[in-house]
Write a protein that binds this ligand. Structure first.
Ligand SMILES: [Zn+2]
Length: 248
């Protein structure tokens, strides 16, 4: 069980599950960072994900919480968290360097929350980390290419999932063919629209309705030449500093 603080409104939420520790590559700091995902649920059954990064995630004793939750609910207070909205994923609560959490804290709010629990007690589930993408930096370094080299790659000779690095200057964004596409809320694929109906070829549910996502045509240049690079979705949002949905 959980009581969230540090948000615009306090929310009483239940921990459904916690995941094992995962690792993800962060380009900005050029290293892998560890994280732990925790899944929460409100009284109406809506889910919310909390991601604890670095030491906070490492030190969160999921096995101990799992064991303890077999007998009695555990109330956690999360403080100093950041709420982020990811297109297609909804809201995620992320830890920052200032975040802290407390388990079974002896304060009136926690006692009140304990008292409000009426449902039959359900132990917290423990899952392995669902999605992670660690990278070995040594693998990246040997994949430096110039723009000229990138343009002469033979796609039929590439191993699937190969990543290349290229140091280049962003000359500008070419918007002559648009800068976003209407995408399926669920699978992010482009959808066909005839003005009234929208259809995902993957057969995803119609609701929520399609969302606009970035598809920026960036013109990149280095000493060896220039090339167009498509920047999609989250990466483009980081660059622009606003969600495509807001600008549309
Ligand atoms: Zn879809």
């Amino acid at each position: 069980m959980m009581f969230l603080r540090g948000m615009a409104t306090n929310a009483s939420l239940q921990i459904i599950s916690t995941e094992g520790l995962g690792e993800a590559w962060k380009w900005k700091i050029w290293r892998n960072i560890s994280f732990r995902n925790i899944c929460l649920c409100d009284l109406r059954g809506r889910k919310l994900n909390v991601a604890l990064f670095g030491d906070l995630g490492r030190n969160f004793d999921a096995e101990q919480v799992f064991k303890q939750s077999q007998n009695a609910p555990i109330v956690a207070v999360f403080a100093g968290m950041l709420v982020r909205r990811y297109a297609g994923k909804g809201f995620t609560v992320c830890s920052t360097s200032a975040s802290k959490y407390y388990l079974d804290l002896d304060i009136p709010q926690v006692q009140e929350f304990h008292a409000s629990l009426t449902d039959p007690h359900k132990p917290i589930l423990l899952h392995p980390c669902q999605v992670q993408n660690p990278v070995n930096p040594a693998d990246l370094v040997k994949n430096w290419r110039t723009i000229k080299q990138l343009k002469s790659l033979n796609p039929h000779e590439l191993e699937p999932g190969t990543t290349f690095l290229c140091r280049a200057t962003l000359k500008g964004i070419d918007c002559t063919k648009g800068w976003f596409y209407w995408s399926c809320f669920h699978c992010k694929r482009s959808i066909s629209r005839d003005g009234i109906n929208s259809l995902c070829i993957q057969g995803c549910p119609k609701n929520p309705p399609p969302v606009p996502r970035y598809k920026l045509n960036a013109v990149m240049e280095d000493m060896t030449g220039a090339m167009d690079v498509m920047i999609f979705d989250d990466k483009a949002q980081e660059l622009v500093g606003a969600a495509a949905e807001e600008l549309v």
